[in-house]
Write a protein that binds this ligand. Sequence first.
Ligand SMILES: Cc1ncc(C[n+]2csc(CCOP(=O)(O)OP(=O)(O)O)c2C)c(N)n1
Ligand SMILES: [Mg+2]
Length: 383
Amino acid sequence: MTVESTAARKPRRSAGTRKSPSTKPELVQLLTPEGKRVKNAQYDKYVADITPEDLRGLYRDMVLTRRFDAEATSLQRQGELGLWASLLGQEAAQIGSGRALRDDDYVFPTYREHGVAWCRGVDPTNLLGMFRGVNNGGWDPNSNNFQLYTIVIGSQTLHATGYAMGVAKDGADSAVIAYFGDGASSQGDVAESFTFSAVYNAPVVFFCQNNQWAISEPTEKQTRVPLYQRAQGFGFPGVRVDGNDVLACLAVTKWALERARGGEGPTLVEAYTYRMGAHTTSDDPTRYRGDDERAAWEAKDPILRLRQFLESANHADEGFFAELEAESEALGRRVREAVRAMPDPDHFAIFENVYADGHALVDEERAQFAAYQASFADAEGGK
Ligand SMILES: Cc1ncc(C[n+]2csc(CCOP(=O)(O)OP(=O)(O)O)c2C)c(N)n1
Ligand SMILES: [Mg+2]
């Protein structure tokens, strides 16, 4: 139930006021689930100059991201990765928002932002090193203004806020975007980020992918109001966008970034979407949710809806889709080969980057580990 619909039940002051607030659209949508373009007075202008080529580009981004993600899930099942967090279903939220960014903007992701990484130009194979356990991150954050994946839930919103405050102090007009989930919205770090960014008018966009679940906890266990409405209490605007509509996500994020650049401070974007897969490959969602839910969201599939729009508008032909299929296959092959070719790290490398200089505790732990390793050598030698 929304706050609007609660208000709608109250007696109206004037008999002439017919329009119930509950009819106010809560969800910004530019493409219906059937792929039909709908007008939006506030956000149309942010996609007004989009060309058929741009639209095909968004489609390609989503298809290749999904393919990469499926490949990573298979690689985990084959024992090549220790873990994988799939973005299945969230392609539009990530590609739409990712393509709204400028190169000089800075991104603070969680662990599921493979589509945003793709938009930033991070090679997808670099995303896999940490999940294979062969490195601690896999890319230089400053090469693409894309921070390392953050697993401590919500903490990256603080990093983003601090970074955005620095951007403002530098007098730059770039913006910062922090990705987080519905579950993370309950973290103290996120509330603190909202407070600081509002008070200091920081140029940051909080992009919450409400995928309905925080592992096995549904959104109802996180909040009594729609998440986007939280922003109001902190003093900045919040908007809920259809997270399975790539055009709407692009437009709304552009608007929020424009506000940040124009000195208007933070915005909360709630991308209303669905995690179609498991939380990670270690999770079994059949233990806590039914198939009917997934089926309902499959009907709103972000890729299918853009395909329907492209086809009905004659913006893409069979040749385009066939070429993209071949490109997907090639990406899958490249990812498989790259993962298997990743060298194992030196066993002692883990101790090298904890502190810039030496540290007594690290030295002690290194020595303990060396003794442990040596114990195997003794055992083998004694045979
Ligand atoms: C501070 C902290 N607490 C708990 C966890 C364990 N944990 C990992 S993912 C997750 C759920 C996050 O849900 P949400 O924010 O909705 O993001 P989603 O995984 O759905 O993308 C939790 C509780 C963690 N990584 N960090
Ligand atoms: Mg979630």
